[in-house]
Ligand binder design. Structure first.
Ligand code: GLC
Ligand code: CA
Length: 559
C-alpha cells in the first residue's frame, strides 16, 4: 500500500495560501437516508475532495442544536448533533481527512447560544437579578410597565433584537438580547464563565486534531456597556466615519482582546491552530485590525464577494484589500459565496450596473432579470481570478459545479428563520443550501441513498444536469475547470501567498502578473481582449476566439 498524501506538520504557514472548501453538512451528502447530510456522508466524499485538490475543509456547525438557525443555535459546544452522527464518526472524519492531505476547520459560534443551552435554561429559571442571568444580556424593558424593548437595536433576522420572557410568577418580565433569532440569546462576554467556556471548547476540538476555527459573527461579541441606542447610525459605518465613532454592537474595540487570548490558545499547539473570522465591517482597515500578528490569521473578504462583476469595482476592491492586508502582514482571502448569500452564478447573471451594494441575499436580486448562461461564464472567470490572486481562497460546496441559486423554493418549504422573522418578505438563504447533486438521476440525485427520505430542501428538476458524475465525464465542465485550476495552483511557485503587479489592459479588463512567469487576464467587457505577445495559455474559463479572450472570460498565462 502506498502512503497517503498526508499533511505535513512542518508546513506551518499552510493557511497563507490554502484553498478551503466549505461544507454545509446538512446539504453535502446523506449517508443514512433521513434526508439530511451527515458526517458519514462527508467521510464518503473525502476522495472526491482530495481529487478536487483542496487544502482544507471548513465544516459549518455540527454540534447539538434545536436547528432554529441550521446549527448556529448551539446547545452544547463539545458534542456532536445526533442527526449528523457521533463523536467517534467525527474523530474518524478528522483522521481520514488528514490521511488524504486535507485539514479540518470547524465553526465556533461565540456570539450566542441556543435558548436550549443549559445556561440559558438556568437563566430563565433563576429569575431577574440572579447570577445565572449575568451570562446573557437581560434587562428591564422601557415604558411604564416595561412593555417596550430596552433599546432600539434590531435583529439581523427582522424585528427588534429583544425578546421578553415570562417570569416564574407567570407575568411578563425581563427582556433578553438576541441579535439573530429569538432562540439565539447573545451571551455576555464580560462574564468569566463565557470566556472560559469558549477557550475550553477551542481546546476540546484542538485536542482532537482540528486544525482551526471559522469564527461566527466575530465582530459582534462585545456590546457597548451602556447598551446605548443606535439612533439611526448605519452599519457598516461609511468610509469617512471619524475614528472615535463606534457602533454600539458591531466591531466594538473590546473584541480584539478576546481574539488575542484565543490566539494564545491556538499558538500553544504544535502545529499552531488557525482562525478565520466572519467579520462584516466594510472598511478595510477595520477588517485588518483583526489580523494583527497576535489576533486572527485570516478573515473572509466579503468586500470582494460583494463587488459587482465590473472591472473598475473589482480592481478597486482587490487593490484596497491587498494594501490593507499588507499593513498587518496577513494574507487576503478571496470569497465568492457561502451559505448566507445568493450563489455567484445567480448574482453575476443580473445586470451588474443595477445591482445595489449591500448584503448579497437572494432578495436583493429577485427583481432584476437573470441570464444564467452569462452568470455561469462570469462565475467560471471569477473562479480563475480568485484562485490567481495573492493569498488563500474559499470554495463553497457547489461552486465547483457551477450551481445556481434555487430561487423558486416554495415559501412553505423554506427553513431559514429570516423567512419567518420578516413575515415572508425576505426569502432568506435556503436557495444556496439545496442538497448537492452527485448523480444524473435518482431520488435525490445521489445526495442520499435510493429510497431514502426526501432531502430537507427540495432539489430542482434540472439538478441532475449539474451532478458530479455528469461533470466528471465532461472535460469542459466547471468541475473540470476547478480541478485543473487547483492542480496548477498547487504546483505553481507564483500562486498563493505573495504579491502581484497590474498590467494595463484597458477599461474593461483586469490583468496582472505574478513572479515567476504567471499572468491572469480577465475580460469584463463585451469586446474580445487581445492576450500579450509571447504568453502561453495554461488554462482558460472559456474558449478563446481567434486567439483572443471573449467577454466574461479569464485566462491563466505562462510567460
Ligand atoms: C453567521 C452565519 C449565519 C448565521 C448567523 C447567526 O452570519 O454564517 O448562517 O445565521 O451567523 O449565527
Ligand atoms: Ca443523514
Amino acid at each position: 500500500m502506498s502512503l497517503p498524501a498526508s499533511i505535513s506538520n512542518a508546513d506551518q504557514e499552510w493557511w497563507r495560501r490554502a484553498v478551503v472548501y466549505q461544507i454545509y453538512p446538512r446539504s453535502f451528502a446523506d449517508s443514512n437516508g433521513d434526508g439530511i447530510g451527515d458526517i458519514n456522508g462527508i467521510r464518503s466524499r473525502l476522495s472526491y475532495l482530495a481529487a478536487l485538490g483542496v487544502d482544507a475543509i471548513w465544516v459549518n456547525p455540527w454540534y447539538p442544536s434545536p436547528m432554529k438557525d441550521a446549527g448556529y443555535d448551539v446547545s452544547d459546544y463539545r458534542a456532536i448533533e445526533p442527526v449528523f452522527g457521533t463523536m467517534a464518526e467525527a474523530e474518524a472524519m478528522i483522521a481520514e481527512a488528514h490521511a488524504v492531505g486535507i485539514r479540518v476547520i470547524l465553526d465556533i459560534v461565540p456570539n450566542h447560544t441556543s435558548d436550549q443551552h443549559p445556561w440559558f435554561q438556568a437563566a430563565l429559571a433563576a429569575g431577574p437579578g440572579s447570577a445565572e442571568r449575568e451570562r446573557f444580556v437581560f434587562r428591564a424593558g422601557r415604558g411604564a410597565g416595561g412593555e417596550l424593548p430596552p433599546n432600539d437595536w434590531m435583529s439581523e433576522f427582522g424585528g427588534p433584537a429583544w425578546t421578553r420572557v415570562t417570569e416564574a410568577d407567570g407575568r411578563p418580565g425581563q427582556w433578553y438580547l438576541r441579535l439573530f433569532a429569538p432562540e439565539q440569546p447573545d451571551v455576555n462576554w464580560d462574564h468569566p464563565d463565557i470566556r472560559e467556556e469558549f477557550t475550553e471548547s477551542l481546546r476540546f476540538w484542538f485536542d482532537r486534531g482540528v486544525d482551526g476555527f471559522r469564527i461566527d459573527v466575530a465582530h459582534g461579541l462585545v456590546k457597548d456597556a451602556g447598551l446605548v441606542d443606535i439612533d439611526g447610525l448605519p452599519f457598516p459605518l461609511p468610509d469617512d466615519t471619524p475614528e472615535h465613532i463606534e457602533h454600539p454592537h458591531w466591531d466594538q474595540p473590546g473584541v480584539h482582546e478576546i481574539f488575542r487570548s484565543w490566539r494564545e490558545v491556538a499558538d500553544a499547539y504544535d502545529p499552531p491552530r488557525v482562525f478565520c473570522g466572519e467579520i462584516w465591517v466594510g472598511r478595510d482597515h477595520r477588517l485588518t485590525a483583526y489580523l494583527r500578528p497576535d489576533e486572527l490569521h485570516t478573515a473572509f473578504n466579503f468586500n470582494f464577494l460583494m463587488a459587482p462583476w465590473l472591472a473598475g469595482p473589482m480592481r478597486e476592491t482587490i487593490t484596497s484589500t491587498l494594501a490593507a492586508h499588507a499593513t498587518v502582514g496577513a494574507p487576503a482571502t478571496w470569497v465568492l459565496g457561502n451559505h448566507d448569500v445568493c450563489r455567484p452564478v445567480s448574482r453575476y447573471a443580473r445586470p451588474q450596473e443595477l445591482v445595489s451594494p449591500g448584503f448579497p441575499h437572494l432578495q436583493a436580486y429577485l427583481d432584476l432579470p437573470a441570464d444564467l448562461a452569462v452568470g455561469r461564464r462570469r462565475a467560471r472567470a471569477a473562479a480563475l481570478l480568485s484562485l490567481a490572486l495573492p493569498g488563500g481562497a474559499y470554495v463553497f460546496a457547489g461552486e465547483e459545479l457551477g450551481l445556481a441559486e434555487v430561487e423558486d423554493i416554495p415559501l412553505a418549504a423554506r427553513q431559514d428563520p429570516i423567512v419567518a422573522g420578516t413575515g415572508g418578505e425576505n426569502l432568506g438563504r435556503d436557495g444556496c443550501r439545496v442538497p448537492l447533486p452527485w448523480t444524473a438521476s435518482g431520488d435525490s440525485y445521489g445526495f442520499g441513498p435510493e429510497g431514502g427520505a426526501a432531502p430537507w430542501l427540495p432539489q430542482p428538476a434540472d439538478w441532475g444536469a449539474s451532478a458530479v458524475a455528469v461533470q466528471e465525464a465532461d472535460t469542459d465542465s466547471t468541475l473540470a475547470l476547478y480541478r485543473q485550476a487547483l492542480a496548477v495552483r498547487a504546483g505553481h511557485p507564483a500562486l498563493g501567498d505573495g504579491d502581484l503587479s497590474w498590467v494595463e489592459a484597458g477599461e474593461h479588463a483586469l490583468a496582472f502578473r505574478r513572479d515567476p512567469g504567471f499572468g491572469c487576464w480577465v475580460n469584463f467587457g463585451p469586446e474580445p481582449l487581445a492576450l500579450p505577445q509571447g504568453a502561453e495559455v495554461v488554462l482558460a474559463s472559456g474558449e478563446l476566439v481567434a486567439g483572443e479572450l471573449p467577454a466574461d472570460t479569464a485566462a491563466w498565462l505562462r510567460f
